[in-house]
Design a protein around this ligand. Sequence first.
Ligand SMILES: NC(=O)c1ccc[n+]([C@@H]2O[C@H](COP(=O)([O-])OP(=O)(O)OC[C@H]3O[C@@H](n4cnc5c(N)ncnc54)[C@H](OP(=O)(O)O)[C@@H]3O)[C@@H](O)[C@H]2O)c1
Length: 250
Amino acid sequence: MNRRAMMSPRRRLVLKAAGASAIALALGALPIALKAASATGGKVKIGVVGSGRVGGTVGGVWAKAGHEVMFSSLDPEADKRLAASIGPNARAGTPREAAAFGDVVLISVPYAALPSVGRDLGELIKGKIVIDTSNPIVARDGDMAVAAREKGAGVSSQEFLPGARIVRAFNAIGYARMGEASKNAGQVGMPMAGDDPKALEIASALVREVGYEPVVVGSLASMGKYLIPGTPLGGEHSPAEIRQIITTLK
Ligand SMILES: NC(=O)c1ccc[n+]([C@@H]2O[C@H](COP(=O)([O-])OP(=O)(O)OC[C@H]3O[C@@H](n4cnc5c(N)ncnc54)[C@H](OP(=O)(O)O)[C@@H]3O)[C@@H](O)[C@H]2O)c1
């Protein structure tokens, strides 16, 4: 039996309240709707830009958990079918509509699309929490991925999406188990990087809802470069293993 299952109901409540307080403390500069929803443990509006394997899976988990999710991609008909298959909390829109809809925006596109996504959605995502799953993969994204890997994906994403409060997450773990991660009940850690504590708090709560235990590994500059496949943080690790791995990277 895991430690959480062995806890008394009262201790679970105390921990839940402590988690809610930590989030409430971090909410200073957020939009009122997001502030209210998060402080009460309530639901947020999430726009998904790139409703493919990762965006479709993770967005689907959030919609089933009660958040309102708008899916978007380059294929509106596929997004409508996806939303209909998920249920009443899911809807479809264009990328601009999804970026405007979400208090939190999940951007999950091939890295080569990130510059145009940034140009098209820049004004809409400025100041918003953007969870960026996108990885520079040279075989798929070409020369721009070489440059992004040299610079570090965290810094590159921030350049492509200026003014967004970026959290890199869901980068180093395969999508195939993301829809079932809640069965792990937090045994698998989610390494995350970001520069904005408030954004990290909200993103952490959402990561936990998917079933991973969030582990903030550092800033976009210091750790963003490790949140891609093929680095020591790639693949599934327990939270303790992630904390150990990052001591070898600093
Ligand atoms: N697959 C994994 O296990 C995994 C794990 C972690 C991170 N990642 C990274 O996460 C990102 C998404 O991966 P994925 O496997 O989900 O890819 P995917 O299945 O190919 O999905 C990509 C999505 O992005 C959409 N898209 C492409 N260009 C767009 C644009 N300009 N504006 C809006 N949407 C656009 C695509 O729409 P259309 O289908 O209409 O073209 C598709 O819905 C990638 O950068 C990947 O490296 C993947």
